[in-house]
Design a binder for this molecule. Structure first.
Ligand SMILES: *Cc1c(COP(=O)(O)O)cnc(C)c1O
Length: 454
């Protein structure tokens, strides 16, 4: 067998619908609550922030939701994305495992995020919206929405977490190249930003704070809505093109994944690859071991309780039940900026509660070591976030070696690291710290969880 093994689907195999896991779950997840009344919210409560078409997707229980043709047409630029068999990595590891990766770095922004950015921009355009505000961590989401905004003629305002704004000037340059405005967060433009800066003028920012700023700006204007790059049901839904394509590619490969892994920040690329397989399993198909891989410095799934919490720091968002480290938790400034969120997608948290997935956490040096090993075997330099999935997959492959069994391992390579080379420079210079979160800060943040009547 050749060492370059690539499974490419023809254009017409781009999925025609997104897959909605809610249709196949044995019970519905806990309701989303209004932050004032603590009662379940209705679609109208979200209307100031999102167009109704996306709100209806957020609460839909239909199994298949049709992908509009203009969205499929943009997808055509890079989808179906390739599935590779990592033969060279298998050899380097001397493992009997069959390692596959679905590569989402082929999109214009270099990650899976345009899968939902394009859909969200389309529905906002349809609703007559002219401006979208959003937050970004490492800049992957901001640049993806900036790309989509440019295609659909929508102005994009991005509140970028301060530490990443300083660490990653090239992502900002990319957003600006696409025509977006990029503001370091916390900023002086919003009440929530000003309140944070009054307490700490050099605050490094967090996704929770940047979300507060973007939500505040969107809620003030009729022509402006807000977009979130992860966490919400409709975002996870849009990412399911990944897993659906992977299923078709595994058919081409005449194989079936025993283990499926993805890194988890807010949970969207993980859900994208895993949910279609979980759905098939729930409908009576074969069982998989499914693993979410997260950073030890921000371990929401492995260390956070499953509890109602706010999605942002200023407590403007509805309450959702999720694995959370507390909405006031500020994770340390490690390099996988896309994984620095205090909570986990409610739907990913719920499937973990149901025992359908496992979660593991790794320190960043081990993840970069895995990423470098992967790059030397396969040629692709992964994004620091994706290195977590690589590390998880390599560990699974080494288990196969120990046990002398061959399992098929599939992981989502969520993006390339071309804009993150400073992180690789720091890694090679031995400058990356393996931080754990601050126990005292975590305890404080968890003590501040909202109390919700049963
Ligand atoms: C944003 C990002 C992540 C984390 O977000 P999820 O919603 O958990 O997928 C992971 N990988 C890359 C490349 C990203 O840009």
């Amino acid at each position: 067998m050749s060492d370059t093994v690539k499974f490419v689907l023809p254009e017409e195999r781009i999925p025609r619908s997104w897959y909605n896991l809610l249709a196949d779950l044995p019970s519905p997840p806990p309701p989303v609550l209004h932050p004032g009344t603590m009662q379940p919210i209705g679609p109208g409560d979200l209307a100031p922030l999102f167009p109704m078409s996306l709100i209806l997707q957020e609460v839909s229980t239909e199994r298949e939701i049709e992908i509009p043709e203009p969205v499929r047409d943009v997808y055509r630029q890079w989808r179906p994305s390739p599935l590779f068999r990592a033969r060279r990595l298998e050899k380097a590891l001397d493992t009997p495992a069959r390692i596959y990766y679905k590569y989402e770095g082929v999109s214009p922004a270099g990650s899976h995020k345009p899968n939902t950015a394009v859909a969200q921009a389309f529905y906002n355009k349809e609703a007559g919206i002219t401006r979208i505000t959003t937050e970004t961590g490492a800049g992957q989401w901001g640049s993806s929405l900036a790309f989509a905004g440019a295609l659909f003629g929508i102005s994009i305002d991005v509140y970028m977490v301060r530490v990443s704004y300083d660490q990653k000037p090239y992502r900002r340059a990319l957003m600006e190249a696409y025509g977006a405005r990029c503001v370091p967060s916390p900023s002086m433009e919003t009440n929530s930003g000003r309140a944070i800066l009054a307490k700490r003028h050099d605050h490094p920012g967090s996704l929770g704070i940047a979300i507060s700023e973007a939500v505040e700006m969107a809620a003030q204007r009729d022509d402006t809505k807000y977009a979130l790059g992860s966490v919400l049901n409709h975002v996870l839904l849009h990412q399911t093109v990944i897993g659906q394509e992977a299923m078709a590619q595994f058919e081409m490969a005449n194989d079936y994944p025993d283990v499926i892994l993805g890194c988890t920040g807010g949970g969207s690329n993980f859900a994208g690859i895993a949910f279609p397989f979980i759905g098939a399993q729930l409908r009576g198909g074969r069982k998989h071991k499914i693993v979410a891989v997260e950073p030890s410095a921000c371990p929401s799934l492995t260390r956070g309780p499953y509890a109602y919490d706010f999605g942002d720091t200023a407590k403007l968002t509805p309450l959702t039940k999720m694995n959370t480290l507390g909405s006031s938790f500020t994770p340390p400034g490690f390099h996988a900026g896309g994984l620095r969120y205090h909570g986990m997608a409610p739907l990913v948290s719920f499937v973990k509660e149901l025992g359908l997935i496992d979660a593991v956490a790794y320190h960043q040096n081990a993840c970069f070591a895995a990423g470098v090993e992967f790059a030397r075997a396969e040629g692709i330099v992964p994004a620091p976030e994706a290195n977590h999935a690589v590390k998880g997959a390599i560990d699974e492959a080494l288990k196969c070696k120990q046990e002398g069994v061959s399992r098929a391992i599939l992981f989502n390579l969520s993006g390339h690291g071309h804009f993150d080379m400073q992180a690789y420079i720091d890694y090679h210079a031995g400058k990356l710290l393996d931080q754990d979160y601050d126990e005292a800060e975590l305890a404080m943040a968890l003590a501040g969880l909202p109390s919700v009547p049963a």
